[in-house]
Ligand binder design. Structure first.
Ligand code: HSE
Length: 310
């Protein structure tokens, strides 16, 4: 195989109570990437559409992730990467993760799959580090594995994939302002109180149990974040208004997607998810901030191959 075209999905990280450890994969929005095997060794970013991103391999998240993989495996050839962005940078739905994951997934396929999807997470994280200053895996893991993913530990990396309950749908509103993850990490406090920690790990355990048992009431009771949300939500226009309206209209829970500005809800059933989207639309329409809304099932697959050529 000499070239491969991929769909690289958007993701929601944190999911209220799982800061830096929990993520989920969306199915209705994602980038496309095309990766070609070349005679010339090394990695080149040859084409970028849809966003203004660096072409220098070492300054591009896809390039950095690809180089991390190629450090582990010697090849006599190289790779050209085309990136066609649909997920805007600084949107909070895993733009850098889609690029980093796509690069390592595509190269791995062209190499004959020496690594499993799970093993690719460690390389994709290097791209995330370039984008945000921290090697978090809560976007790259669901982009690569699909479903929900839990990072049980970072050292050593221990990622667990969790199947989504069948009736769970996400609604995500993306107000089109850019919030850089690196800047949204600076607003966080390095220490938390024992009281907050107890409530957060109670909710995280509850959410995981709710996902495994398809207990939507338990999922609803668990979707809270009293540590990160109060510090970041003031940077997101209309966050409180949207959250209140979403919960009043049937969402199981609502929170900041990743480091924002996107806001996500989880909903039981597509009708509720669409209804929440309608309400979000009504509210945001009155502002002068452009926005997009996505209603999506939780994608079980992660990155998908669109086609491949010899
Ligand atoms: N867990 C990361 C953060 C996700 O919230 O900073 C960034 O998309």
């Amino acid at each position: 195989m000499n070239s491969i075209k991929l769909f690289c999905p958007a993701t929601v990280a944190n999911i209220c109570c799982g800061f830096d450890v929990l993520g989920l994969c969306l199915s209705t929005i994602g980038d496309e990437m095309i990766i070609h095997k070349t005679q010339e060794k090394g990695v080149r970013i040859t084409k970028i559409t849809g966003d203004d991103l660096p072409f220098e391999t070492e300054r591009n998240v896809a390039g950095v992730a690809a180089l991390a993989l190629l450090k582990e495996i010697k090849t006599d050839f190289g790779f050209d990467i085309e990136i066609h962005k649909k997920i805007k940078a600084g949107s909070g739905i895993g733009s850098s993760a889609a690029s980093a994951s796509g690069a390592v997934f595509g190269i791995n396929e062209l190499l004959g799959k020496p690594f499993s999807r799970k093993e690719l997470v460690q390389f994709a994280m290097k791209g995330e580090a370039l984008a945000s200053g921290s090697e978090h895996a809560d976007n790259v893991a669901p982009a690569l594995l699909g479903g929900f993913t839990l990072v049980r530990g970072y050292n050593p990396l221990d990622v667990i994939r969790i199947e989504s309950p069948s009736e769970l749908y996400a609604t995500v509103i993306h107000p089109q302002i850019e919030l850089k993850t690196s800047e949204m990490r600076v607003v966080l406090k390095p220490e938390i109180s024992l009281k907050s920690a107890i409530s957060q790990w109670g909710n995280l355990g509850g959410l995981i149990a709710g996902l495994y048992t398809e207990d939507y009431d338990l999922i609803q009771r668990s979707l809270h974040d009293e540590i990160i949300e109060p510090l970041r939500s003031p940077f997101i226009p209309n966050f409180d208004l949207i959250k209140k309206a979403a919960l009043e209209n049937g969402a199981l829970g609502c929170g900041i997607s990743g480091s924002g500005p996107s806001i996500f809800t989880l909903n039981k059933g597509i009708e509720t998810a669409k209804n929440v989207a309608f309400v979000m639309n009504e509210l945001f329409y009155k502002t002068d901030i452009p926005f997009e809304i996505h209603v999506s099932k939780i994608d079980p697959q992660g990155i998908q191959i669109i086609n491949q050529e010899n």
